[in-house]
Write a protein that binds this ligand. Structure first.
Ligand SMILES: NC(=O)C1=CN([C@@H]2O[C@H](COP(=O)(O)OP(=O)(O)OC[C@H]3O[C@@H](n4cnc5c(N)ncnc54)[C@H](OP(=O)(O)O)[C@@H]3O)[C@@H](O)[C@H]2O)C=CC1
Ligand SMILES: O=C(CO)COP(=O)(O)O
Length: 341
């Protein structure tokens, strides 16, 4: 079934998801907050800032008017940075058709409330959307999906039928989509892997080697699963695409903005300088604050996140953070799960 779809957010990921949908024959309109970018996408079929050198399909059009983007659409896909999700959701709340499907592909928490993105959407769009809000996540760098490199992602929704509709909408020969009922797990996994990717960039920049990187990823996953489970996620989700899958790709890929930001910090650059140089969303920075606050709220231990918080926001030397992690007291590996001796 071909759909009329609005994709809100014309950064790298919004543009690429819009292209996937256009490749699948859907009628897609992108919303870009800058008028000149909307014109560039519609008239030149490019988005040079976020996807340099890439030609977009001629059928893919863009507008800077939210009302125009949403007019007559059956599906709305939010791909804005997490810090602007509530503002955009509030603005479009009255414009979304009552029966529309809502999807988001955003990896972060709301600043200060530390709510998940589907919670923010539900609050702004209303309870009638409860069964129709879906999250799409997983190991998927925009730079590779745009070249049709084989990619797998997962969609999670409280309603199986909704998840399957979204699965069918996005799935094609280069973009394979799985379903999962665990919205909390998929959202928490997608958001928290970014802080481990930042830490990986730091550790790589310090030249600490592959053993350290493997340790960081594995013990990072333990922290993600620990907090996620306390928040109500199903632990098994963290060995899936939104957990291990996204952790692996973000900690090891040269495309990762979070890894690159961590690497720059390891070279002695300060946060404002790093952000200015990146010019793109680095969700892991705000998410480190989220993890710090959520670990306290749910009373769980997150030593890697805690050390990263000090490096980013209290000026701690990265090498000292690693030293302190290595010098922690003795502990068990699978303390919550394996009841051995
Ligand atoms: N890039 C990727 O490969 C993937 C990204 N994601 C997630 O997708 C989400 C979006 O990231 P991505 O597309 O990569 O980001 P980019 O950095 O590529 O683009 C950011 C986009 O957000 C817009 N923007 C920035 N600030 C605001 C604001 N205050 N209000 C409204 N719009 C704003 C920018 O507009 P402008 O150009 O006008 O500044 C731009 O369109 C993030 O949560 C990210 O984690 C998920 C999977 C893969
Ligand atoms: O989420 C992503 C890949 O799955 C993108 O990660 P970065 O934001 O670190 O580039």
């Amino acid at each position: 079934m071909k759909r009329k779809i609005a994709v809100l957010g014309a950064g790298s990921w919004g543009t690429v998801l819009a292209k996937v949908l256009a490749d699948n024959g859907h009628q897609v309109e992108l919303w870009a907050r800058r008028e000149e970018l909307a014109a560039e996408i519609t008239l030149k079929h490019t988005n040079e800032k976020y996807l340099p050198g890439i030609k977009l399909p001629a059928e893919l059009t863009a507008t800077s008017s939210l009302a125009e983007a949403l007019s007559g659409k059956e599906v709305v896909v939010f791909v804005v940075p997490s810090h602007s999700m509530r503002e955009i959701a509030r603005e479009v709340g009255g414009l979304i058709a009552p029966g529309a499907l809502v999807v988001h592909a955003v990896k972060g928490f709301e600043i200060d409330t530390w709510k998940r993105m589907s919670e923010v959407l539900l609050e702004e769009l209303g309870e009638s959307f409860a069964e129709r809000i879906t999250v799409l996540s997983g190991p998927s760098h925009a730079e590779e999906v745009i070249k049709k490199c084989p990619t797998t992602v997962v969609v999670a929704s409280p309603g199986q039928e909704t998840a399957e509709q979204v699965q069918m909408m996005f799935m094609n020969r280069y973009f394979r989509v799985y379903t999962n009922p665990d919205v909390i797990g998929v959202e928490v996994g997608g958001a928290l892997k970014n802080i481990i990717a930042l830490a990986s960039g730091l550790v790589d920049g310090l030249g600490f080697g592959d053993n350290a990187k493997a340790a960081l990823m594995t013990r990072g996953l333990a922290e993600i699963a620990r907090l996620g489970s306390a928040m109500g996620a199903k632990p098994i989700t963290f060995v899936g695409l939104a957990g291990v899958g996204d952790l692996v790709v973000t900690c090891t890929s040269r495309h990762s903005r979070n890894w690159r930001a961590g690497h720059k910090i390891s070279q002695g650059k300060k946060l404002p300088e790093v952000l200015a140089e990146m010019g793109m969303v680095v969700e892991g920075i705000k998410t480190t604050k989220a993890a710090h606050a959520l670990a306290r709220r749910y009373d769980v231990e997150m030593p890697i996140a805690a050390q990263l918080y000090e490096v980013l926001f209290a000026g701690k030397e990265p090498a000292l953070a690693v030293k302190e992690l290595m010098g922690r007291g003795r502990t068990k590996e699978l303390e919550e799960i394996v009841q051995g001796w």
